[in-house]
Design a protein around this ligand. Structure first.
Ligand SMILES: [Cu+2]
Length: 305
């Protein structure tokens, strides 16, 4: 970024790619500088007090204590700066994220569904209407359970792992989850929200730079959590239209990838991947842990004692 983002860069903050992101970066940068100033200020004061009031110089405690008002003023200033940061900047920025959604005619609306351990994106297709989803209809080839009898769902676009959006247009995401709580986190867009089963959680951002941006899961959601990644590709408008057309053509003809794809190197699927079965669950055979029975059997002795 620039010289005013030293701490953000030091902390590994990826470059911002969303319209509101610079405001978050400013707060983050300022808060860190402020904390650094407080840290060095309080540390210096602490060392000064240790030396100034050492036992050899002050053998008897002074019960009257500090007489000057400097410390009161200092502490009040710290509280004031923190209040301005919170009430003046952080809360309005947050309120804009959760209350002021952009008008719908110019936005891209995407349903994002989290599951152990991937993200599925659902777009309404050319008719602009989402097909009905029903959890009972979920299969490997229909990961979102889109009702095949609903005409609105015929042209729906379902993609696993990679979402394309056009640059400079607001994107509204409605988040949900099929199993546990996940968190749809877009570090480059400076936005994240929890995906909670049974809830539809809206979030929005406006990408301002074309490129590939990683999606990560921000909630520890099971053994494969580390591999729960996706990609948001911000396209120029023409490229986006091409992608959209391609996906729309494939929508009726191609099945989506299996819903239960595991990250490479992960153990194979169990009844509920990545979770520990409850104690009441029937014990499953584990061939690796079962010792070979044969050597334990004493061999019948032919001599017959
Ligand atoms: Cu997750």
């Amino acid at each position: 970024m620039n010289s005013l983002a030293l701490i953000n860069e030091f902390l590994g903050q990826p470059p911002n790619a969303s319209e509101h992101g610079y405001q978050i970066d400013h707060i983050l940068e300022f808060a860190h500088w402020f904390m650094a100033a407080l840290f060095f200020g309080w540390s210096a004061f602490f060392i000064f007090v240790l030396i100034r009031f050492r036992k050899s110089r002050h053998p008897k405690a002074d019960h009257a204590g500090v007489r000057s008002g400097i410390s009161t003023h200092l502490e009040f200033s710290v509280v004031l700066i923190e209040a301005v940061l919170l009430i003046g900047f952080a809360i309005p920025l947050w309120a804009k994220r959760v209350n002021e959604f952009p008008p719908t005619q110019d936005t891209i609306l995407v349903h994002v569904v989290g599951q152990q351990f991937n993200w599925t994106f659902h777009m309404p297709g050319p008719d602009g209407q989402f097909g009905r989803r029903e959890i009972g209809l979920v299969t490997n080839s229909n990961p979102l359970g889109i009702d095949p009898n609903d005409p609105a769902g015929k042209d729906d676009i379902v993609v696993l792992g990679e979402l394309h959006v056009p640059v400079n247009r607001p994107v509204i995401i409605e988040l949900s989850s099929k199993d546990v709580i996940h968190n749809f986190c877009l570090p480059h867009m400076r936005i994240a929200a929890d995906a909670i089963p049974g809830s539809l959680i809206p979030m929005w951002f406006k990408p301002i730079k074309a490129g590939n941006y990683e999606v990560v899961c921000g909630q520890l959601c099971g053994l494969g959590h580390y591999g729960m990644k996706g990609m948001v590709v911000v396209d120029e408008p023409a490229e986006y239209q091409t992608w959209l057309k391609e996906r729309a053509e494939l929508a009726g003809t191609q099945n989506a990838p299996p819903a239960t794809q595991r990250p490479a190197g992960e153990p194979p699927l169990g009844p509920t991947p990545g979770t520990v079965p409850p104690p009441s669950a029937p014990k499953t055979e584990n061939p690796a842990a079962k010792p070979e029975q044969k050597p334990a059997q004493p061999a019948p002795t032919p001599s017959g004692e």
